[in-house]
Design a protein around this ligand. Structure first.
Ligand SMILES: NC(=O)c1ccc[n+]([C@@H]2O[C@H](COP(=O)([O-])OP(=O)(O)OC[C@H]3O[C@@H](n4cnc5c(N)ncnc54)[C@H](OP(=O)(O)O)[C@@H]3O)[C@@H](O)[C@H]2O)c1
Length: 397
């Protein structure tokens, strides 16, 4: 009582009240951001099947049998993209099949590079929905973090008459006026309109992801990052970074893309023959990806392979297998952009620098974009490394 009276009689300085309000609102903001990011990631990991069916290089005449076999075998996540030029056939099969209800499927597609302007995202998405014969996607990814100049499309017409949307031609179509932030705003709009449930990124390097996450006006955080990931390209730092932030990683080409790679390139499944004891080489590659907390997108047209790959979920690798797979890492990438794209994609510092310049130009130095308030030097390796070093998460295989 006495204490209470004493306190009520004291004048609390206005500066303290302001400070308390500031700390309170900051804490609430941080809690809200942490909760919403974690909740989104937790939500996606609980609904997203660990193994997805890839559809790159799936010939149009192979779609029907492959998809029906996969659905029969329990595949529920289908990984699509307009630049695979088969979404319309996939849509026909999805419409006619009676194996699984729409609500139990997890359909993923990707935004192609000519539609990175905010107002073009919905157009491209509606075209994909028309082709897939769907009302919504479970996940929509920015396919590559590089914008091309716009190519007109009709979102009401199914299929493509030509392959213009994939015409990168060594990078000559790059549109440097479109930043990843602008594209992301279009992705956020798609969620708000109910056209997609979750949004994410693909082929985004760690430093660029880091920069995007630091933008304080992101309304929706990326739920997923889909990147090339297999024992030759283990990307431990990127996996760790995403785990820290509850971003689900989808590992594409987990078998070392035997159907896409060139003849003179290394053969992952051959190397795994000497290591695999718990299952076939393909199963061990998939089990390795799952065991380190990533999910996979794996493609097959063979019923036997589809079954074999699905059964990898039950495999537990031995320490011997895990240790030998760790030694296979050689940072080897099968998907290597060419020409100017190579420069933009792999020189991430240059990309960040370019992105900053574009944003600076477009916003006139608007302080809402935090990276603009930072010195250029902070965007060197140290910044990303420090962010990584702050993790307690050390469970990457
Ligand atoms: N976001 C992106 O930029 C991006 C880039 C590349 C790929 N992806 C996605 O990731 C998916 C998978 O990647 P990917 O197709 O490049 O490579 P992958 O899944 O590593 O390899 C597919 C190849 O492996 C063969 N295969 C499948 N299961 C096998 C098994 N159990 N034993 C031996 N061989 C087997 C397949 O041949 P069979 O048909 O004969 O089985 C096919 O040729 C793509 O289809 C696509 O959806 C995304």
């Amino acid at each position: 009582m006495v204490l209470g009276r004493t306190v009520t009689r004291q004048r609390i300085p206005a500066s303290l009240v302001v400070l308390a309000l500031f700390i309170g609102s900051s804490l609430r903001w941080f809690t809200m951001m942490a909760t919403s990011t974690t909740a989104a990631a937790a939500a996606i990991s609980s609904v997203m099947p660990k193994i997805g069916l890839g559809t790159l290089l799936l010939e149009r005449q192979q779609v029907r049998s492959t998809l029906l076999q996969a659905l029969e075998l329990g595949y529920r996540r289908i990984d699509c993209a307009p630049v695979y030029f088969n979404e319309d056939v996939i849509g026909d099969v999805l419409k006619e099949q009676t194996i699984v209800n729409r609500k139990d499927l997890f359909i993923v597609s990707k935004l192609a590079s000519p539609f990175h302007k905010q107002e073009h995202v919905e157009l491209a998405l509606r075209k994909t929905l028309t082709d897939l014969r769907l009302d919504y996607l479970d996940l929509y990814l920015v396919h590559w973090p590089i914008a091309f100049h716009y190519v007109p499309i009709d979102p009401t017409k199914r299929g493509f008459e030509n392959e213009d949307i994939d015409d990168s031609d060594g990078g000559k179509n790059i549109d440097p006026a479109v930043s990843l932030l602008e594209t992301w705003r279009g992705m956020e709009d798609a969620v708000k309109k109910g056209l997609v449930k979750q949004i994410g990124l693909s082929n985004v390097p760690g430093k660029l992801l880091h920069e995007l996450l630091l933008w304080n006006d992101l309304e929706i955080k990326p739920a997923v990052l889909q990147v090339e990931l297999h024992p030759y390209l283990q990307q431990n730092r990127l996996v760790k970074y995403c785990m820290q932030r509850s971003i689900q990683i989808q590992a594409y080409s987990p078998l070392g893309t035997p159907g896409y790679k060139e003849d003179n390139e290394p053969v992952l499944l051959e190397d795994l023959k000497d290591i695999a004891t718990s299952g076939t080489p393909a199963q061990v590659a998939i089990a390795w990806a799952l065991q380190r907390g990533t999910s996979v997108v794996v493609k097959s047209t063979s019923k036997a392979h589809l079954k074999e790959n699905m059964e990898a979920v039950d495999i537990v690798l031995t320490d011997g297998e895990t240790n030998k797979i760790a030694e296979l890492n050689r940072n080897y990438r099968f998907f290597r952009p060419k020409g100017k794209l190579l420069l933009l994609h792999f020189d991430t510092l240059f990309y960040c620098f370019l992105a900053n310049l574009i944003i600076l130009y477009k916003t006139g130095g608007d302080q809402r974009v935090p990276c603009l308030a930072r010195q250029r030097t902070e965007w060197q390796d140290d910044h990303y490394n420090n962010a990584l070093a702050s993790t307690q998460q050390d469970t990457i295989l």
